[in-house]
Design a protein around this ligand. Structure first.
Ligand SMILES: [Zn+2]
Length: 110
């Protein structure tokens, strides 16, 4: 079987057949497709990021954890942007809107 996967295709959740990406139900097996997650989640977690930010935030530790080495060094050199950057980052982490180096949200606690 030759299958051409275009950007508009996805695999059926149940039978693995290639179906239209907008399809809600697979035409082959009739299984309802799960909703596509709007945004990729980071494999990094809020809890370690928060603890690093809380205790070592002025050294940019949470940014190193998130893979953001460049801004981590910057935060280290400016002592957490004189505390302001540090505070903003802490709120971002707690609300699950802090992103890792790949731009994925760190939204799970553990
Ligand atoms: Zn199917």
């Amino acid at each position: 079987m030759t299958v051409r996967v275009s950007r508009k295709a996805k695999f059926c959740y149940s039978c693995g057949d290639v179906i239209e990406s907008a399809a809600v139900v697979c035409p082959r097996c009739g299984v309802v497709q799960p909703a596509v997650t709007a945004e990729a989640q980071s494999e990094r977690r809020i809890l370690p990021a928060f603890l690093l930010c809380f205790f070592l935030g002025v050294f940019g530790a949470h940014r190193f954890y998130a893979g953001k080495i460049g801004t981590g060094v910057l935060e280290l050199l400016t002592a957490g942007g004189l505390g302001i950057w540090w505070l903003v980052d802490m709120i971002m982490i707690l609300t699950g809107s802090f992103r890792d180096s790949e731009g994925r949200k760190i939204s799970a606690w553990t």
